[in-house]
Design a protein around this ligand. Structure first.
Ligand SMILES: Nc1ncnc2c1ncn2[C@@H]1O[C@H](COP(=O)(O)OP(=O)(O)OP(=O)(O)O)[C@@H](O)[C@H]1O
Ligand SMILES: [Mg+2]
Length: 261
């Protein structure tokens, strides 16, 4: 693998919690390279370190040992301020519990990271409305999260993750709180992102989600126990429609990636 094409890179990554005999090695000497445009799924039993790994790679948590690189730049040694800036500009996060701001509308939730990254109100608004339209929620833009279904909230969260045109999107159990219909909606978005060349790292317990990936890593006790290239045919939604070639309400999402608001 060409190092220069790795968007995310980790070397000898370790994260321990606690001290003494109760010490847990949540991530234990992990090496990883995620090339540009890859969709990587990470699976493994509860407590094996998947969320911790995601937090380390995305700069939400600092490793106890080892190195993390984002787009050729080492991030684990950055100051808090520089790290926050890197996160705002280069990564998008999607969490199982959505983590939307309850007091803000769907549109305002999507705009917020754009404003924090220094975009004008107008730019942020325009970009948010484009993204909400692409995730099928144009008519819900003014709704508060409490008036949205779980699947709709997660689609808002995905739009929010994309608003700053991130190098990589990290998703931690993005369908963990969703029913089947909502899961398929979110999967379709991921498939379109994948088709558009978005680099994606998805932690999941759901085999339908993993089946949409190009590569599957299995974790156990903080370590990688398997790393497999998948056919990546993207048929994991069970709809048999393939990779989501831009049909339906997500058509054109690819054009948004890389769009300067
Ligand atoms: N803040 C913390 N303090 C102490 N231990 C922690 C902390 N965060 C995580 N751990 C421990 O680290 C290990 C890995 O946790 P992690 O949350 O990464 O697992 P996971 O694979 O995401 O699990 P799940 O599938 O249940 O979400 C677990 O043993 C967990 O108890
Ligand atoms: Mg977890």
């Amino acid at each position: 693998m060409n190092v220069s094409s790795a968007v995310v890179r980790a070397r000898g990554l370790v994260r321990t919690h606690g001290r003494g005999p109760g010490r847990v090695r949540a991530v234990d000497e992990v090496d990883l390279e995620v090339p540009q445009g890859q969709t990587l799924a990470v699976m493994g039993p509860s407590g094996c370190g998947k969320s911790t790994l995601l937090h380390l790679l995305g700069g939400l948590e600092r490793p106890t040992g080892g190195e993390v690189w984002m787009d050729g730049r080492r991030i684990d040694t950055l100051s808090e301020r520089a790290l926050a800036r890197m996160r705002r500009r280069s990564v998008g996060f999607v969490f199982q519990a959505f983590h939307l701001v309850e007091e803000l509308t769907a549109a305002e939730n999507v705009e917020l990271p754009a404003l924090l990254a220094g975009r004008s109100r107008r730019q942020a608004r325009r970009r948010a409305s484009l993204l909400l339209e692409r995730v099928g929620l144009a008519d819900r833009a003014r709704h508060l999260p409490s008036r949205l279904s779980g699947g709709q909230r997660q689609r808002v969260a995905v739009a929010r993750a994309l608003v700053n045109d991130p190098l990589v999107v990290f998703a931690d159990e993005p369908t963990g709180n969703l029913d089947t219909a909502a899961t398929l909606d979110v999967l379709r978005i991921f498939e379109d992102l994948r088709a558009a060349g978005q680099t994606l790292v998805i932690v999941t317990h759901d085999e339908r989600v993993a089946a949409t990936a190009d590569r599957l890593i299995s974790m156990r006790d903080g370590m990688f126990v398997d790393d497999t290239r998948l056919a990546g045919t993207g048929t994991g939604t069970g709809t048999g429609t393939g990779t989501g070639t831009g049909t339906g309400w997500l058509g054109g999402l690819g054009g948004l990636i890389g769009l300067e608001g």
